[in-house]
Design a binder for this molecule. Sequence first.
Ligand SMILES: NC(=O)c1ccc[n+]([C@@H]2O[C@H](COP(=O)([O-])OP(=O)(O)OC[C@H]3O[C@@H](n4cnc5c(N)ncnc54)[C@H](O)[C@@H]3O)[C@@H](O)[C@H]2O)c1
Ligand SMILES: [Fe+2]
Length: 377
Amino acid sequence: MWRYHNPVAVTFGVGSLETLAARVAGRSYLLVTYPDTRFAALAEQVSARLGPPVARVSDVAPNPDLADLDRQTARVAQARATAEVVLAVGGGSVIDSAKVLAAAGGGEGAVEALLAGGEPPAGWRPLPLIAVPTTAGTGSEVTSWATVWDRAASTKRSLDHPRLYPEAAVIDPALMCAMPRALTISTGLDALSHALESLWNRHINPISAMHAVAAARTILEVLPALACAPDDLDLRRRMAQAALSAGLAFSGTRTAIAHAISYPVTLHHGVPHGIACSFTLPMILHGLADADGLTGWALREIFGPDLRAGAWRLAAFLEGLDVHLEPADYGIGATEWSEILAAATAGDRGRNFIATAAAVQPLPPRPSDQTPTVPNR
Ligand SMILES: NC(=O)c1ccc[n+]([C@@H]2O[C@H](COP(=O)([O-])OP(=O)(O)OC[C@H]3O[C@@H](n4cnc5c(N)ncnc54)[C@H](O)[C@@H]3O)[C@@H](O)[C@H]2O)c1
Ligand SMILES: [Fe+2]
């Protein structure tokens, strides 16, 4: 028996930003975005169409920190009381911050309770959220959780509740064209990780698997081309659709061991999220070379019948995007790596993984007959 559910109303396509006013439908809104000039201009463009927001939170930094979120939440407390909807225009950090603000708008103490892994107070009704992603990676526009970084406690937390699914996502690939190469690659690899993590996952189901296969095949084909042609709107469209599919895949399964490993790598070594959760993918795939059932079928749909050879092709694909594959490349020594693996397998995400830490071993020496080319089937 399995179940698949995703309640987000998705509008997708070049020019879909034009439909935002219909989605907001005259409601008063709180606008959340980044401080950069580019986003100030985009916020103006949005305000010109929708009318002015009741307030703006425009100081979202990458990997939003709990202390900053507390300050932002307090700063807009009064205005938030009059907002009928939260509008997020930005990547995962903006959408996740908007989820925190939406949750805070639903009742006192809800954010603290949820971050502690508990239940929100009775009667909690978060503000509805409309997400306009500007990166193609996190899938946060179709998930019901937010990643909150708690640097003071040196840890990563989750705000996770079914009521935190956005009401709607408006995905306009034209908004993604300004992403520089490194951001295009790291966010694209985050999406690839979501797809694969939903496959080597105890919660895999036939619908999540179909989304994941479609996402991974597209990303393996499109991302190297997009890294060389960042203005190609059709490649941007395909990458945005793949990131959405990956989001729909892992919105029900959640992530697994690669993400569990990634959090301390980002926190303690400053590695961008998409790189931190993708450099381990080839070793995990290699460890699952004999996978069967739905996971085995889906991985072979992506990488071909020989998953060991597929792992090497995936390694070559990542190296072609300038991603280093060894923990030592990120300044992680053997002792720290063992500790990271032990903590990762013990946590919630690690427990979603269909195998154990024993499956996460360095790739054996590359067989001489494996030509390091981009993946193909
Ligand atoms: N909630 C979820 O489901 C989920 C899933 C995966 C990751 N995350 C979280 O999302 C965050 C990462 O989000 P992200 O990877 O989208 O990046 P981000 O939101 O952190 O943005 C990174 C940088 O990209 C810039 N940027 C964004 N869009 C741009 C564009 N179109 N053109 C030029 N520059 C642009 C921003 O100004 C920012 O400086 C992390 O905190 C991660 O943990 C959440
Ligand atoms: Fe991720």
